[in-house]
Design a protein around this ligand. Structure first.
Ligand SMILES: Nc1nc2c(c(=O)[nH]1)N[C@H]1C(S)=C(S)[C@@H](COP(=O)(O)OP(=O)(O)OC[C@H]3O[C@@H](n4cnc5c(=O)[nH]c(N)nc54)[C@H](O)[C@@H]3O)O[C@H]1N2
Ligand SMILES: Nc1nc2c(c(=O)[nH]1)N[C@H]1C(S)=C(S)[C@@H](COP(=O)(O)OP(=O)(O)OC[C@H]3O[C@@H](n4cnc5c(=O)[nH]c(N)nc54)[C@H](O)[C@@H]3O)O[C@H]1N2
Ligand SMILES: [Mo]
Length: 784
């Protein structure tokens, strides 16, 4: 809790936004104790440290038996719930790690008592809560009942569900255009709730559906659509079993997709080549322990993972991949078998232009821009040549860049050369973030929907959906600031902190007439609110959801397009929480009194929603039956069958120029923002980052030793970091601590969401719309 004796402008609120000269910035985790440490992490990833941490989390959750019971059925098909953590798929054989430390942390986070209740809100003004850290806000517990902001007392006061819905409905109906409202989603929402949500929004009359994908894998989806005619990856777990090479680019698997470690370790054991392409040397690139069963630590074995670490410069991936292509074309002059000519001739378009472009690019440029020596690039090309079945997996290190789409397309270019698409054990694997972020897109959350989808929606649901593009995340913030968007509805997530330019986003939210947050736990987006504000508490994925027709399950889609049912196992801790489907239906009925959509029936029986979905969505035929299959079903991915829905009917090569923004200028660094091991996006569990060997502090900047020396810095020396935005504006955080790390020269890293303060609204990609939060131009100086 903050101490109250500081003047307000020097209080924690101000410090969490970066502080001021002499007033150090504050992280968003628990209040630092002053004890911080830095050590080399020599232990395997996901080993005893992970097990101890799981024990602590369960003990803290306070309901060890009930809690553990839920956890043990998590991700099992016989009536368990889908892990609310990441989107890595379950193992259908049941043999492999199906819960992980971070999944347990995340599920336990949901399993707390509903202590954010009316008594809590009555005794804390919003101004007082604004001084709390984000960790402390979420620590209060689950949200217990609907609350409405009362400006007279500066507190949230209880409101009935009916009155809350009526307020939403009246406010929306009072707008001069449906486009004056925006409807955000975080990738946690079930397929059913997603479908209802977008149906409500489109029946109301807007496509303003910004979502967390706009900050996450938007670049992947758009690039893959253009290249292979589908926005999704092409591999499944069977391919992960068969691959003889796996390249992992810009992904911190040990912390953010720990269940992938089992697959990496197995691949290593069968002799597959593993390549990590990352400016930071991350834990997963070294060793892991592969638990057969979490409870049976005795059977743990250490496995070496990682055969090759390529330390690319931030933003240098495109140059690196093009270098590999160049080496391949050179080798193909002597040995034509380097390229898969048959595949290239039958299934691709644009090879000759691509070859000319690659051949015209000089090695010296590729080496300079990637930061990787020519011999290492050639070694990577040798790895490529040795493999018959190559998977390339990537995450945010590729997407959150100005040229993210170009780089994703270069990944496709490279795989096409060897025909690694539609071949067992090979293909494209974007590692998705939130547990159902892929399903959200499949089920209609998209501010740029295509006509085929809208036509089906119109025909089946009898509505007239708007046809123009709506607003994405950054555009929504800009529109709120201009006063063009007056109402902001958020299905989950924490927009205030997840979005770039924190002060600008705060201002945008505060300028709204109404903000509505459907949430499980208290967070910053409840504290930074519009003139009127609602908090609507919903059931979490682990909660039992009983509606008029009986207990309900919902479906989610994992990163490999498997759709399966998830049933909550635990009785809700407050009788006032409602399911997301019921909340959407309630808001919809209040907004659209004349609607012919059977909102009430949908909310009473989710089979009804699934029936409608099966008629609107491709690949969802017979949805109710197939969703109940023990392992669910896989949505057909045509690109996997070498059917490409592109204008040419073939997989398309792309011809991007090398990015011109990899060299930020003298004395400047490129800063990437990452997650620690102990956080889930804006939810921060502690100030530790185990695998990077850091304890007790989040206001740090990781730097190369040489860059530290050049600035006369030693470990934990205080620094001020100033970012230089594309529009020339500058933003500073004060009193961060510099820490040496194995990171490429000229690069720096620090934690999201704190460092969103440094990302201006102008700092987004013109092609994907994504904030470039992996690519901020900064100056780091000793604090004055
Ligand atoms: N426990 C846990 N699990 C999570 C999440 C969480 O917060 N906590 N978040 C979920 C979500 S929504 C998502 S999207 C994913 C995120 O998963 P990740 O993408 O792993 O998340 P980040 O921590 O942002 O890490 C990005 C990685 O890219 C590297 N990188 C940075 N810049 C570059 C670059 O220019 N090139 C290359 N090649 N690499 C670079 C960083 O060093 C880091 O290893 O994880 C999901 N799973
Ligand atoms: N600088 C920087 N910024 C980033 C990123 C980065 O790498 N760097 N990453 C971006 C990425 S990849 C993403 S995905 C976004 C994440 O952006 P969001 O998805 O908006 O943020 P989260 O932190 O995941 O949201 C956490 C909140 O969701 C609510 N919640 C949790 N479970 C549920 C549920 O079951 N239902 C409902 N209704 N609410 C629930 C809780 O109230 C919790 O406080 O952040 C983006 N922002
Ligand atoms: Mo994400």
């Amino acid at each position: 809790m903050p101490s109250s004796d500081q003047p307000p402008d020097r209080g924690s609120q101000h410090r969490m936004l970066g502080g001021a000269p002499g007033v150090p910035a504050l992280g968003r985790g628990p209040e630092p104790t002053g004890r911080r440490s830095r050590h080399e992490y020599h232990h395997p990833a996901a080993g005893w440290g992970a097990a101890r941490s799981v024990g602590r989390v369960l003990a803290r959750a306070g309901e060890p038996i009930e809690g553990f019971r839920s956890l043990l059925v998590m991700n099992h098909e016989d009536g368990g719930f889908d892990c609310p953590g990441c989107a890595w798929p379950d193992d259908p054989s049941g043999l492999r790690l199906d819960i992980c430390e971070n999944g347990v942390k995340h599920a336990a986070w949901e399993l707390t008592a509903s202590d954010a209740d009316r008594a809590f809100f009555a005794s804390h003004t919003v101004s007082a809560l604004a001084e709390w850290s984000d960790h402390d806000l979420e620590e209060v517990g689950r949200l217990a009942e609907p609350m409405s902001y009362d400006p007279a007392t500066d507190t949230y006061q209880p409101i009935s569900w009916d009155d809350a819905f009526a307020l939403v409905g009246e406010t929306l109906r009072g707008l001069d255009s449906p486009d004056r409202a925006a409807f955000y989603t975080s990738g946690r929402l079930s397929n059913e709730a997603t479908f209802l949500y977008q149906l409500w929004v489109r029946e109301f009359g807007t496509n303003n559906l910004p979502d967390c994908s706009n900050m996450c894998h938007e670049a992947s989806g758009r690039a893959l659509n253009a290249a292979i005619g589908s926005g999704k990856g092409t591999v499944d777990l069977n391919d992960w079993e068969q691959a003889d090479a796996i390249w992992l680019i810009g992904d911190n698997a040990a912390s953010n997709a720990p269940r992938m470690l089992t697959w990496l370790a197995e691949a290593d054991r069968r002799g597959a080549q593993l390549v990590h392409i990352n400016p930071l040397v991350e834990a997963a690139s070294r060793r892991t322990i592969v638990p057969h069963e979490l409870v049976d630590m005795a059977t743990f074995r250490t496995t070496r993972i990682g055969t090759m670490n390529v330390q690319v410069r931030i933003g240098g991936d495109l140059a690196l991949l093009r270098g590999v292509a160049k080496a391949l074309f050179e080798a193909a002059a002597d040995d034509p078998s380097v390229l898969d000519h048959d595949f290239l001739a039958r299934y691709t378009h644009g090879l000759d232009d691509y070859r000319r472009l690659v051949e015209a690019t000089r090695w010296s440029d590729l080496v300079r821009d990637s930061g990787v020596p020519e011999r290492a690039i050639r070694a990577l090309a040798d790895s490529y040549r040795r493999s018959e079945r190559l998977i390339v997996a990537w995450c945010l290190g590729i997407t959150q860049h100005e040229h993210g789409m170009d780089t994703v397309r270069e990944i496709v270019n490279l795989l096409l050369l060897g025909g690694h698409l539609g071949r067992e054990g090979a293909g494209l694997c974007p590692v998705r973030g939130h547990s159902n972020v892929q399903g959200n897109r499949t089920c209609g959350v998209n501010h740029r929907p295509d006509d085929a989808f809208l036509d089906r929606l119109a025909e089946v649901c009898g509505i007239e959906p708007p046809r123009g593009h709506g607003l994405g995340t950054v555009e929504t913030i800009e529109a709120m600031r201009r006063g063009d968007v007056r109402v902001f509805v958020s299905m989950g997530g924490n927009f205030a902190l997840a979005a770039p330019d924190t002060p600008a986003t705060f201002e945008a939210l505060r300028s709204c007439d109404l903000t509505v947050q459907v949430s499980t736990k208290l967070n910053r987006s409840h504290i930074v609110h519009g003139r009127r504000a609602l908090i609507l508490p919903c059931l979490a994925r682990s909660d039992r959801d009983v509606r008029a027709s009986g207990p309900q399950g919902v479906t989610v889609e994992d990163a490999m397009s498997m759709v399966h049912m998830s049933y909550g196992m635990k009785d809700p801790t407050s009788p006032h929480q409602r399911s997301e489907c019921a909340i959407v239906a309630g808001m919809a009925r209040a907004t659209l009194p004349e609607s012919r959509t059977p909102w009430r029936e949908y909310a009473d029986d989710y089979d009804r929603i699934r029936d409608t979905m099966s008629r609107v969505l491709d690949g969802f035929e017979d949805f109710n039956r197939r969703a109940r299959h023990p392992h669910g079903f896989r949505i057909r991915q045509l690109a996997r069958e070498r059917v490409f829905r592109t204008p040419s009917g073939r997989a398309e090569f792309s011809l991007a120029a090398l990015p011109d923004d990899v060299h930020p200028g003298p004395d400047r660094l490129l800063l990437t923002t990452v997650r620690s091991h102990d956080q889930f996006n804006t939810t921060i569990y502690s100030n530790d980052d185990r695998y990077r060997g850091l304890k007790g502090l989040r206001t740090v900047v990781f730097m190369n030793e040489a860059d530290m020396r050049a600035r006369g810095l030693g470990d934990f020396d205080p620094v001020d970091i100033t970012s230089v935005s594309k529009d020339g504006s500058r933003r500073t955080v004060f009193g961060y601590r510099a820490v040496t790390y194995e990171i490429a020269r000229g690069c720096a890293a620090g934690y999201m969401p704190e460092l969103n303060v440094l990302c201006g609204l102008a700092d987004h990609s013109p092609t994907s719309g994504q904030p470039v939060t992996k690519h901020l131009v900064v100056e780091v100086r000793p604090s004055t």
